[in-house]
Ligand binder design. Sequence first.
Ligand SMILES: [Zn+2]
Length: 396
Amino acid sequence: MARRTLYRDGALADGRSAELRLGVSVLVEDGHIAWIRPSDGEPDPGPGGDLEVVDAGGTAFVPGMVDSHSHLTLPGGSHWIERGSDPPEQLLRVAEHNGELMSRAGVRWARDVGSPPGPDDEGTRRALSLGVRDEWRGRTDRPYVRAAGTWVAKAGYLPALTVEASDARELRAAAGRQLDDGADFVKLMLDGPEPGVAPWTAEEVRPVVEDVHARGAKVTAHATYSACTRVCAEAGVDCIEHGFELDGDTARLMAERGVALSSTLAVMKSWLTFGRTTTLPRFVGEESERRIRDRLAVAQEGVRNAHRAGVLIAAGTDFGGGSLRANQLAWEVEALVEAGLEPWEAVAAATWHGGLVLGEPSAGVIAEGGPADFFLVHGDPLSDPSALWRVWRVAW
Ligand SMILES: [Zn+2]
């Protein structure tokens, strides 16, 4: 007999408009949404001892969120960089903890944009996140995962973590190898050994994009400096990660070519908190604070340029690869609102926009017939993003 749960009399915040629909009931059958109806004309769910009725009064139903920039095998925190060299067994334990944190925080999908390599069950050395993804398939207490393999970078940039390429030929080969290893998409580093200078030209990146597209996958690129985001847009990668320096021209080119932005503004916000909670010189003191605030202001301007140009914006934490933790996607939604997005647009960035970036039509969506991937919060996230911190329960 079907397992059925009726969530009665909540509000629906689907991230498609600023409008919160009140008095909504949702019937879930065997993990799928059978119907979404006004509570005051609710169909009879039929008899059955199998039916669990959840009084959802005072909550809002929100689509399971998509963390569009995550690093499952890394813990984050103020020592996030050092943690990247922890042994593989440790990183796999970290991934289990992260998966648990995400699921409870209302994050249903993880887009993993890079993991250190290590030996998998068969002893093959490949990005650890790929094994984690395979391990979690079919589990409701873990997010769905789409994973890039290991970061592909210009030789000399983060050598301890990345797969290195010295020239354009090696770049193509390294990207292809990630797909051979089982990666769902490819992650390039478009920042390089010399700060502010793009390590590759658009002419060098374009063939990689063509190769990867020909294999039915997407290419995303980490880029923070304006010269680097420019190359990404010109090369037509599918998405730019961070994009902290994004001028109006580059944003317009992105919109024209369908290049999305995965924003990670909350990284700088977490650094500001480290000014009080750590003794690390790069975070502590007025000078550090001023530098971080300046950087945040530039990145906010970049998000506004992207928004104005009509670029698809998806929200990411960068947990693990940056300093946030796996259950803090709400922080990025708040940061996007602070940068100038309407709250409902920021909720869209953390839900169905992430689904579009992934190419997963059911990700971040609440719809009849679709999976019961929604969660219940207190407050209206379409007007107040802090509601996303107040998770009561998840429906999956
Ligand atoms: Zn990252």
